[in-house]
Design a protein. Structure first.
Length: 201
């Protein structure tokens, strides 16, 4: 077996451990409430030591939110890169983002109740929204042919998209939102569509 194979196996094991920890954290939080979940409980449920847990997450809130957010930034960027090259940038960006929060990616009512039950979880949720910014900027630069180092455009557009998503999330976290998060996200993104359109020219 080559060293490269060993490295691949190691990375898969690390990813599996991270996923097991986040799944355990989310399950326990839904069952007992996030304030009643201890790191030791999460580690035991995932079959690892608390020390191993600390190698992956800095807080229980982070572990819980990874279970809900599932590394959205990388997924959004990958979805944007897979959109048709001749699709207008505004449709590609909005479509890639909304796609990640639709269907199975749509936070459900249980998740909403969980997130709103603790200020620390709300803050962590909003942080996961903000985390789309860097990978999204790189994907926009690749799509538009911009120089990611010299051109401000992709970073500004990604920041605008991230801010629109954050506003949508903050509004959605209010009591009894009357729509799904994906619909609210789509509505928020329409406000920056002109800027995305302009970048295509």
């Amino acid at each position: 077996m080559s060293p490269h194979d060993n490295g691949g196996i190691r990375e898969r094991k690390k990813l599996a451990t991270r996923e097991a920890l986040s799944a355990a954290a989310l399950r326990l939080a839904l069952e007992h409430g996030p304030q009643n979940v201890r790191v030791d409980d999460i580690a035991e449920a995932a079959g690892v030591s608390p020390r191993t847990y600390n190698n992956y997450f800095s807080s229980r809130e982070q572990a819980i939110m990874v279970g809900l957010a599932a590394e959205r930034g990388a997924h959004v960027a990958a979805a944007l890169r897979q959109r048709p090259v001749d699709e207008p940038l505004e449709h590609a960006v909005v479509g890639a983002l909304v796609e990640q929060y639709s269907d199975e990616g749509e936070p459900d009512r249980d998740a909403l109740a969980l997130i709103t039950s603790a200020p620390a979880l709300q803050a962590e949720f909003l942080d996961t929204i903000a985390a789309i910014e860097r990978p999204l900027a790189e994907a926009i630069a690749a799509r538009t042919g911009a120089d990611g180092q010299a051109d401000l455009g992709p970073e500004v557009l990604a920041a605008a998209v991230s801010c629109a998503a954050r506003v949508a999330a903050e509004r959605w976290l209010q009591p009894d939102p009357d729509t799904t998060f994906s619909v609210m996200l789509n509505d928020a993104l329409t406000w920056i569509a002109p800027a995305l359109r302009a970048a295509d020219r």
